[in-house]
Write a protein that binds this ligand. Structure first.
Ligand code: UDP
Length: 191
């Protein structure tokens, strides 16, 4: 079920259900665009109709923040639990390890995505990974798109910050089976 919080529609899936949806999309070769909607994004989307439309048209929108969970409950349409970007990726890694999924880490300052991917691969060696930092100009973007397309990710993790990562994922549906905006998650994963 999807519930409406201040004009943004949020899926009431638990973490486990969100992981199951993503797994199913990869297995069925469907494409899935995921937004982890935090309170700042919901607030911003009230003034920014394009962002609101991009979030509401995503295939999976998770409540990224306890404030979103509370707001949904107060509106009489509770969601099951908070599903943040970092928690979602942490829950996907064991499945990715087992299934040998290909994950591309895009975003963060130079070296951060690389460090994050290496840390993840130490724990989950079954994951096949690629990476790029998130500070590229238009010319470099052409090479970056080529690199991602060649890599053929099952999952593209995009940590360019909101709302840029949401625009990026909506504009490039062809890059991966599943694309997820993950904010500053690589900074956390890099340690
Ligand atoms: N970032 C990037 N390219 C940019 C601007 C930002 O890759 O042009 C990265 C930045 O290094 C950080 C992330 O995007 O890793 C944004 O994280 P932040 O926690 O500020 O954003 P949020 O989680 O609130 O979306």
């Amino acid at each position: 079920m999807r519930v409406n919080v201040l004009g943004i529609t949020i899926d009431s899936y638990s973490m486990q259900e969100a992981v199951a949806e993503i797994r199913k999309a990869i297995e069925d070769q469907l494409s899935l665009r995921v937004v982890t909607a935090n309170p700042e994004m919901i607030y911003e989307s009230r003034k920014n109709p394009r962002l609101r439309e991009l979030i509401n048209s995503a295939d999976l929108v998770t409540p990224d923040g306890i404030g979103v969970v509370w707001a949904a409950a107060r509106l009489g349409t509770p969601v099951q639990e908070r599903v943040t970007g970092i928690d979602l990726v942490q829950s996907l890694f064991p499945v990715a390890d087992q299934q040998r999924w290909r994950i591309f880490f895009l975003g963060g300052k130079p070296g951060v995505a690389l460090q994050a991917a290496r840390q993840v691969a130490l724990k989950y060696p079954g994951i096949v990974w690629g990476e790029s930092h998130g500070y590229f100009n238009e010319e470099e973007e052409v090479d970056l798109l080529e690199k991602i397309i060649t890599f053929q990710p099952d999952i593209l993790l995009v940590g360019l910050g909101a709302p840029r990562q949401e625009y990026w994922n909506a504009e490039h549906p062809e890059l991966a089976r599943v694309s997820i905006g993950v904010g500053g998650s690589f900074d956390a994963l890099a340690g």
